[in-house]
Ligand binder design. Structure first.
Ligand code: SF4
Length: 205
């Protein structure tokens, strides 16, 4: 079972296959893993003992960044995410990044995102589209009404907590829509990265 895996020289972390979205570009539809790693489909959601054991075994030589990503939305298991981040913080010098859809407060009502402060150094939030309507088409979240607004608010709030925050879009939307996303990101003072869509590894990070 692959909990920690190397991708681009970073240590990626796979703690859940759960996700409330069905993004049209999601790599999970096209492959079972990335690079030469074993399948990222988990036999079961790992408990903390399994995570600790896998972390101890992982070759951390030269690794500078730990990234919560995997084959699911890491914040679906936000308590385990926090516990794992603490484990990494206490046992390494790695920077810790969270790749997320930004919907943690819809997934876990009343979750206090200030709990990320001090444990998460940077966050990459999937903006995906410039409007709520297009966001719902591209991301297909199970919470339709307010997902787009909540994702934007999450990014702004993380930035206000002093966590380095960035947005991403995948270039499956039009150039005009990407330009609109750039304007929106600029308005919020959050940098935007455009990811190229292909059906394997590169579309992953
Ligand atoms: S949020 Fe991530 S894991 Fe979930 S469907 Fe979208 S790309 Fe896939």
């Amino acid at each position: 079972m692959t909990i920690f895996y190397n991708f681009g020289g970073n240590m990626y972390i796979n703690i859940t296959n759960g996700c409330p979205c069905k993004c049209v570009f999601c790599i999970r539809k096209n492959a079972d893993s990335v690079c030469d790693n074993d399948s990222l489909w988990l036999e079961h959601e790992p408990d903390f003992e399994e995570i600790k054991a896998a972390f101890a075994k992982f070759d951390k030589n030269g690794v500078e960044e730990a990234v919560f990503c995997g084959y699911g939305e890491p914040t679906v298991r936000v308590e385990m995410l926090l516990e794992t981040a603490k484990l990494i913080r206490e046992n390494s010098d790695m920077k810790i990044r969270l790749n997320t859809n930004g919907l943690v407060r819809l997934i876990h009502k009343n979750f206090d995102i200030s709990r990320f402060a001090g444990l998460i150094d940077s966050v990459s939030v999937s903006l995906n589209a410039p409007t709520a309507e297009r966001y719902n088409e591209v991301t297909q979240p199970s919470f339709k009404e307010n997902a787009f607004d909540e994702m934007l608010k999450f990014a702004a709030d993380m930035k206000n907590l002093g966590i380095k925050t960035g947005f991403t879009v995948v270039d499956i939307i039009s150039d005009e829509e990407i330009a609109e996303c750039e304007k929106l990101a600029e308005k919020l003072g959050i940098p935007l990265r455009v990811r190229h869509y292909i059906t394997d590894n590169e579309s992953y990070t």
